[in-house]
Design a protein around this ligand. Structure first.
Ligand SMILES: [Zn+2]
Length: 423
């Protein structure tokens, strides 16, 4: 297919660039074979269908690096900080996700909602059960999204209703890996020790061994909330910090995604940098649970890869454009509190993060997040009627800003993955 349209795409300076009247061409496998302005240079153009979409803006599909399928019905529900919220609202919902029919139903709703908001790759937590997680994979295998799904590994500090033994957690993990990891190019298993208060040190050591043996990604939460950190000190009295618990157990690798990371000491930031792990900023969730403000421009974190996650259901929607807006708002709040001493975050920078930046974190920068030849045609389209610019200058920054502020609570018009329309 050849698409004639206007494109926002990642540039070399970690910002988005804008190209009017360009062509995106891809073959029947969804592999891009041309992006540029010269129609004559498109390979095999005579055998491809052509679509004129000049009333749209097209950009790479969005990537959500942190979410929880099980929590989807709890968006906007519940009060209190993280630990009370999990106990009172979330763990009961996760129990319900053990029922296969319910897990199918909820997974379908969840993935479809993500697609409508323009997400083409999503990293997500299931509950701790084989049945619920298996159902989530079953739905994902047919819906065209690229997914990383993991069963939440929990063997500690929970009553029997919610926790499982270490060996049971590992046996479920091994079954899911052999059934689903690399089931096809879109389906990935991710090891998911939930966080160090409910995942024992022994369990995390085993996770580290499996990650090395199977070359898997790992996801967990880190330093989200002050009460959580206080409890970590009680549970791990022989460690200097929360981050050190993860490092010593072996779960910090260059394929580890650490959600939140709000409350970190200098020493902990150095540990993350040394292990080349990534940070996932979840701004709407941090606000909802009053966890704190993550400063994306904290100079101490400048050498660490960072991007965004929706963290539904503490996050308030599956819209990554909304998280982009919330990341900008958090940056503005910090600026207010610190009297303008922090660098201003541009919409063109945040959109780079949730496309190319996240692709780099997932080691998929050669496949997704941009429109280079050889990459996959994952993209979204937004009708410019929704963002009338009138006589404003069409700079990438203006366009990105209009997108972030005007589309964040709306579905995008079209979502394509590997050249196939999903929405
Ligand atoms: Zn989370």
């Amino acid at each position: 297919m050849i698409i004639h349209s206007n494109f926002l795409k990642p540039g070399p300076n970690k910002k988005m660039e804008f190209f009017q009247h360009h062509y995106l061409s891809f073959d029947k496998n969804g592999v891009i074979d041309y992006f540029g302005s010269e129609y004559d240079k498109i390979p095999n153009s005579e055998n491809k269908s052509k679509k004129v979409m000049t009333e749209f803006i097209i950009m790479p599909g969005l990537i959500d690096l942190h979410s929880h399928i099980t929590q989807f019905p709890a968006i906007g529900i519940g009060k209190g900080g993280l630990l009370e919220w999990l106990d009172n609202y979330i763990f009961p919902l996760e129990k319900k996700f053990e029922q296969t029919e319910y897990a199918y139903y909820l997974s379908e709703l969840f993935f479809n909602e993500a697609i409508k908001y323009g997400t083409t790759t999503i990293v997500t937590y299931s509950n701790s059960s084989f049945e619920g997680t298996d159902a989530a994979f079953e739905i994902a295998k047919d819906n065209g999204l690229r997914v990383f799904i993991g069963n939440s590994l929990m063997d500690w500090n929970l009553n029997d209703n919610f926790g499982k033994s270490t060996s049971e957690n590992l046996s479920i993990t091994n079954k899911l890996i052999s059934k689903w990891h690399k089931f096809n190019d879109q389906i990935n298993y991710i090891l998911t020790p939930r966080y160090a208060l409910v995942s024992s040190f022994e369990l995390m050591q085993k996770v580290s061994e499996i990650a090395t043996k199977e070359d898997l990604f790992i996801q967990t939460h880190l330093a989200e909330n002050l009460s959580e950190i206080k409890k970590i000190k009680d549970c791990y009295p022989n460690f200097d910090s929360y981050t050190q618990v993860y490092e010593k157990s072996g779960v910090l690798t260059d394929k580890t995604l650490l959600a939140h990371c709000i409350q970190l000491s200098d020493e902990e930031i150095k540990i993350i940098e040394k292990n080349n792990s990534s940070i996932v900023h979840c701004p709407s969730s941090n606000n909802y649970l009053r966890s704190g403000f993550f400063n994306i421009f904290d100079k101490r974190k400048s050498n660490i890869r960072k991007s965004l996650g929706s963290d539904v259901a503490a996050g308030t929607s599956l819209s990554m454009l909304n998280e982009a807006k919330e990341a900008i708002n958090t940056n503005k709040t910090i600026n207010i509190l610190q009297h303008g001493s922090v660098e201003e975050l541009g919409a063109d920078e945040v959109l780079w993060m949730i496309t190319k930046g996240s692709a780099e974190i997932l080691h998929l920068q050669d496949k997704i997040g941009d429109f280079m030849v050889g990459m996959l045609a994952d993209f979204i389209a937004i009708n410019t009627d929704k963002i009338p610019m009138y006589d404003l200058e069409l700079t990438p920054e203006n366009l990105c800003s209009r997108l972030v502020y005007s589309i964040s609570n709306r579905y995008v018009d079209l979502t394509y993955s590997r050249g196939i329309r999903l929405h």
